[in-house]
Design a protein around this ligand. Structure first.
Ligand code: TXA
Ligand code: MG
Length: 348
């Protein structure tokens, strides 16, 4: 056990956190997507501490975070023209580019692959910390492996207090789901993990973009991290999809409540009122609106906090509404399916 220091985002405190990083410690920091758990990407033993603190499988590579475009050259062998255009267009921002790795990158960063994921976060505190540390930071999401990614410093401490040297508190993450991971090593770039930079947005800049067929359930995922159970709340989550979703959720919830279970329902600001009768009829039900259906980016922002809230409520079972799989909805449904262990109930 170590004492985990909590830092604010003033320049002085960020400098102190950077000092820990320079000494080979691991420090969690805010980004626009989720909080990351950072270590000097060129310090193999510091990077090892990330895997230990998270309980992360060693075959899952880390994303390297930079604050300066010029740092790309320290990490990758070459930058294909389409990748260069994407950097210019989307960085700083929630887009990770997988590129041919320099041999000097420690093997635990890349999990032994010959590629490395690189991104420049769109977050002042993150950029300030990377600059102050003076090195690129390898950083996965700052959660215990298998838990939802943290979108607040408190989430980080929930999972990692006593296991990491520090956390820089930069307030809640604005995007809320992890970056889009795009493999740029082939002729046609391929989305390995959907995020708020959507396929349409990428196509607008570089034309053709493909999607890993594994995301639609075909074959093994190309991104090692994508195959692991993820984001899971402690209660058993089910997605309820179809025109009769609200009715079916009500029926299932009533049944579960009668069986003595504590029930969570994931809905939106627009849907909350539809469960009023249920809430009046029963205790042991927690109806949680996450964002607004009319603006899916607000759903993404609140999603992981909602999943953690069901844990705090001790929900035994959670029924979740679903979202259209376009734009940011692709990333939301990707995370929800995993959180639900791919349990989907049809409600047509
Ligand atoms: O938004 C984000 O990406 C956050 C913040 C902290 O930047 N980070 C994050 O890291 O989500 P992590 O480790 O939780 O997820 C990284 C994902 C994993 O699925 C991993 O397998 C994949 O990116 N990845 C990393 N390097 C890769 C590579 N060289 N080839 C293929 N996939 C890679
Ligand atoms: Mg993660």
């Amino acid at each position: 056990m170590v004492e985990t220091m909590r830092f604010g985002w003033s320049e002085e405190e960020v400098e102190r956190a950077a000092g820990l990083l320079r000494q080979g410690e691991v420090v969690a920091f805010p980004t626009e997507t989720v909080y990351g758990l950072g270590a000097n990407a060129f310090d193999r033993s510091a990077v090892d501490k990330i895997f230990q603190a998270k309980g992360r499988p060693s075959d899952n590579p880390l994303i390297v975070h930079i604050a300066d475009m010029a740092d790309v050259e320290k990490l990758v062998e070459r930058v294909p023209a389409h990748a260069r255009r994407l950097m210019e267009h989307f960085w700083p921002g929630p887009l990770t580019l997988v590129l041919p790795a320099k041999a000097s990158i420690p093997a635990n960063v890349t999990a032994g692959l010959d590629t490395v994921g690189v991104r420049m976060p769109d977050h002042e505190t993150a950029l300030g910390l990377i600059q102050a540390a003076g090195v690129p930071l390898a950083a996965p999401s700052a959660n215990r492996s298998g838990r939802p990614s943290p979108t607040a410093a408190d989430h980080v401490l929930e999972d990692l207090a006593g296991r990491i040297a520090g956390v820089v508190d930069g307030g809640p993450s604005s995007v809320g789901v992890e970056s889009t991971v795009l493999d740029c090593t082939g002729d046609v770039p391929m989305i390995l993990r959907p995020g708020s930079v959507t396929a349409e947005m990428l196509r607008d800049v570089i034309g053709e973009v493909s999607t890993d067929p594994a995301l639609a359930g075909q074959g093994a995922p190309r991104s090692p991290g994508v195959k692991y159970t993820h984001y899971a709340p402690k209660g058993e989550m089910h997605l309820v999809q179809g025109a009769r979703a609200v009715d079916v959720i009500e029926e299932l919830a009533m049944k579960a409540i009668r069986a003595g279970l504590r029930v969570g329902i994931l809905t939106t600001a627009e849907g909350e009122g539809q469960y009023q009768t249920l809430v009046q009829a029963a205790e042991r039900v927690y109806v949680l609106p996450v964002g607004r259906r009319s603006d899916l980016s607000t759903v993404a922002t609140g999603l992981y906090d909602a999943i953690r809230a069901f844990d705090r409520y001790d929900a035994d079972v959670i029924y979740a509404e679903t979202f259209p799989e376009t734009g940011t909805g692709v990333a939301i449904m990707n995370r929800l399916r995993k959180a639900a262990g791919h349990r989907v109930i049809a409600a047509d």
